[in-house]
Design a protein around this ligand. Sequence first.
Ligand code: PGA
Length: 261
Amino acid sequence: MEVVIVPDAKAGGELIAGAVADLIGRKPEALIGVITGSTPLPIYQALAERVRAGSVDVSKARFAQLDEYVGLPADHPESYRSVLRRECLEPLGVGLDAFIGPDGTATDVQAAADSYDRALVEAGGADLQLLGIGTDGHIGFNEPCSSLASRTRIKTLTEQTRVDNARFFGGDIDAVPHHVLTQGIGTILSARHLVLLATGEQKADAVAAAVEGPVAAVCPGSALQLHPHVTVVVDEAAASKLKLAGYFRHAYDNKPEWQGI
Ligand code: PGA
């Protein structure tokens, strides 16, 4: 995998927005896997600026959701469908007709998961899947010891993840749902290019385990080592526990210009 160490979150957002824009330039109907959380906001801001400047046309692009809370009404401000609409789609001028996601309100949760997994396959699979990483190493909501072959399904959140996410629910951990629907690790690995952004010191251990640790379900992010095209973009703080940081910098500094990420 390629690890790119950037000075700050804004630079990471610019780099990744550039890769998304290049992809859409080559393939206007590309399917982009999009994510929630604090980390991706600089990506969406940088991409929206490019849309406003007219340097990328996203009118044919398609967008797919990574994960969703179970049981939150779809119009709840913290349902991931609402969050993506507010923070990603609307700033890009994209409507829900170009968006697919799992139904977190379904009574038959497994049927909703299976149906979303099929919808992703029928849509041709994600051309580029954005990812964050949890402090516990999760990707999507695949918590530690998720099957590395898993498809979209229900998961139970760890207490750590619910503590981390309580900030979106007014600091009230009891308001954070226990259950989620998430693309499985196998589903995520089906995307053609995986781009993970991690920023801040609180992600340093998870990044080191995912990038330099053994491939092991206890750190779901380590499954990225099995994929042929992965770009991990980290700021200095999130890179601070990487033993090979010097090599990663050297490789990126000497990268052929035509290569892109
Ligand atoms: P964050 O979440 O971007 O809000 O830190 C990342 C994640 O849990 O995957």
